[in-house]
Ligand binder design. Sequence first.
Ligand SMILES: [Zn+2]
Length: 228
Amino acid sequence: MKRAVILLSGGLDSAVTLWLAKSEGYELFTLSFDYGQRHKKELEAAAEITKVAGVKEHRLVTINMDQWGGSSLTDKNMEVEDGDVNRTDIPVTYVPARNMVFLSIAASYAEAIDAQNIFIGVSQVDYSGYVDCRESFIKAMENAINQGTVMAAEKNRPITIHAPFIYKTKTEEIKTGAKLGVPFGLTWSCYRGGEKPCGTCDSCLLRAKAFQEAGVVDEGITETGERK
Ligand SMILES: [Zn+2]
């Protein structure tokens, strides 16, 4: 059975990506990171998601990126700013080189278990302008991985990074997820990580807008905006 490592944050994008890989018949190996993010809600969500997705193995790797901070998601002295879906600059929630770090570790895991596929749920269309969500970066990483792993460079078993939503909007992604039966209610998107989603950060705003546009009910949220 072909194996895939899926980066699973516990958010919406990675959950839909996981179900897509599942629908394509991969044996599923999920990878989550405790990178010093300001709350553990996403990681709890990831663990719950793996239980219903039928994954073969779930790994949690700790990397203390909060030691140097540089992002409102890892530096508790910084505020998570209110969101703006029309923003064009890079928000302070950008975590320096996060996806480069994650994909490097995913490559190590993939090589160790002889998986030739890595899935990541990034999009360069309507998210927050993060440079490490662009196809040019994904292709460059794939190239680096295939130069830097024995399985690819010496054994003719190259690794492919799948970013199935790279040119999809979040709305399209939700429609796909609805068809695949993704348990949206288990996913967590809010940057702030309170008892319930704040409804005002970038991530909450993008999620709400996309569900509305997709015509799909966000089963994680009640009519008054509270998490069930
Ligand atoms: Zn929020």
